[in-house]
Ligand binder design. Structure first.
Ligand code: PMP
Length: 446
């Protein structure tokens, strides 16, 4: 196999060449040790695993017939030196040596770096990680028990893969002084079951209590202190296009996913555009359900947005008013009143509900009413929120500066309260954080 490019053959599965010193770097060209793979705009940071902004991935290289070699690397999370697999896309063994990524020189680490900076002075990458398909998780929950993450695969012939017929949740577990704690577990599990109900599943393989147990056990088994949680009910089989033709299956995956929109986003705010794609009409695809297929619309809009140089897309509904972003709900602030969109045409975000409560606690009036595109432009503040993104200000929309061009005071106050809330330092924390119990050996089936 010759050169491999990022668009179709090489995916970096959270592969993070972590940096010892220096700040966030962009891997604009090739990663050393990743052979001739162009992994585009993947970012890697010096302080975390899995903080790739664009989620470029190097999975499936083996499947594509590529070779792996192992690089000795300092293990940041344990003692001593470990060996991590590094893919080489051209079938050669990737050489490793003294300089970091992007040296661009014929040094032993050269894989075609691009920016001339040595990023590690320790003699080798501080750590190069190629994570498996489910991120760094070692275990996944399948049906009624924990299994090795490698078993987390779905058959090609299933309505889930073929037609996007699955419903899911995105939940976060936070590291707190009472240990790992899941944020608003009841509401997320309730929404998962609502989604299943909306798309017409009848006999579900799990109850709400079983979903909670599965979530807790999957976090505990993977020993994450903080992570993102993805329970899913998918339709297996069903090639004849009815729900009855298939079987609903239940899985829970977890992974470490620290910042979704990038570390800087929270401080500076992000830039958004109005998508050229309209958000779903509920008589086309129902927006109250987190249906996998709905996210094709999100991917279209966000890809368009990022290719045009923005960070996120704002989607207008079929009525022409603001609906939501690709994975976030939207708020504006004008003259100290907080507005958000009506719930009929959006996913009723749990972060949205949280922020409405926090804003009212802070004494703000919160009004749910239609918001037009030009109301965004003249707002004092605009912010978006979601489980993955948390609370992020928009500093610019369609090339128009919003307010002071940075996260405004209401946004900042809500960000601070939200951070307190999820780290168990807020009066409402006890109500909304559920500590993860210890692993129950019975959940692990050999
Ligand atoms: N809208 C859409 C389309 C989403 O995917 C999400 C993320 N789940 C949200 C809004 C925000 O919802 P939540 O705060 O519950 O994560």
């Amino acid at each position: 196999m010759g050169e491999v490019d990022s668009t179709h053959e090489v995916h970096v599965d959270g592969a993070l060449p972590l940096v010892n010193r220096g700040s966030e770097k962009t891997l604009g060209g090739r990663a050393s040790g990743i052979g001739h793979a162009d992994i585009g705009a993947a970012k890697f940071l010096n302080h975390g695993v899995n903080e790739i902004a664009d989620s470029a991935r190097i999975s499936d290289i083996e499947r594509l017939g590529e070779h792996f070699c192992f690089v000795p690397a300092a293990n940041l999370f344990g003692d001593g030196v470990e060996r991590f697999p590094v893919a080489r896309a051209d079938g050669q063994t990737a050489p490793f040596g003294s300089k970091g990524l992007g040296s661009g020189s014929p040094d032993p680490l050269a894989g075609g770096g691009n920016d001339g900076d040595a990023v590690s002075e320790t003699g080798f990458h501080s750590r190069v990680i190629i994570m498996d398909k489910m991120g760094a998780a070692r275990y996944i929950w399948i049906r009624d028990s924990l299994r090795p993450a490698s078993e987390g695969v779905v058959p090609f012939v299933s309505a889930a893969v073929q037609y996007g017929f699955s419903v899911f949740e995105g939940i976060r577990c936070y590291s707190t002084d009472i240990g790992p704690a899941v944020f608003r577990m009841d509401e997320h599990v309730g929404r998962l079951l609502d989604s299943a109900h909306i798309v017409g599943f009848r006999d579900l393989p799990v109850t709400g209590e079983q979903v909670k147990t599965a979530i807790n056990q999957t976090i505990a088994a993977n020993e994450f202190s903080a992570c993102y949680i993805r329970p899913m009910i998918y339709l297996d089989g069903a090639m004849s296009l009815t729900v009855e033709a298939g079987e609903p299956r239940f899985v829970v995956a977890v992974w470490e996913w620290k910042t979704f929109l990038g570390a800087e986003a929270k401080e500076r705010g992000i830039r958004a555009n109005i998508a050229s794609f309209t958000r779903l009409h509920p008589n086309i695809m129902m927006t109250k359900a987190k249906v996998s297929g709905n996210y094709v619309s999100s991917i279209l809009a966000k890809t368009e947005s990022q290719r045009a140089g923005f960070d996120e897309a704002i989607m207008l509904g079929p009525d022409g008013y603001v609906a939501e972003c690709t994975g976030e709900n939207l708020f504006i602030v004008r003259n100290n009143i907080v507005y958000t969109t009506p719930r009929a045409g959006i996913l009723e975000g749990i972060t949205r509900d949280t922020l409405i409560t926090l804003a009212r606690d802070l004494g703000y009036s919160v009004v749910e009413e239609p918001i037009s595109r030009d109301q965004l432009y003249i707002a004092d503040e605009v912010f978006v929120c979601g489980t993955a993104a948390e609370v992020i200000g928009l500093r610019e929309i369609d090339f128009r500066v919003i307010g002071d061009g940075k996260a405004g005071p209401v946004t900042r106050a809500l960000q601070q309260d939200f951070d307190k809330l999820v780290s168990h330092r807020h009066a409402r924390s006890a109500e909304w954080l559920t500590p993860v119990p210890a692993l129950d050996a019975a959940a692990v089936r050999s």
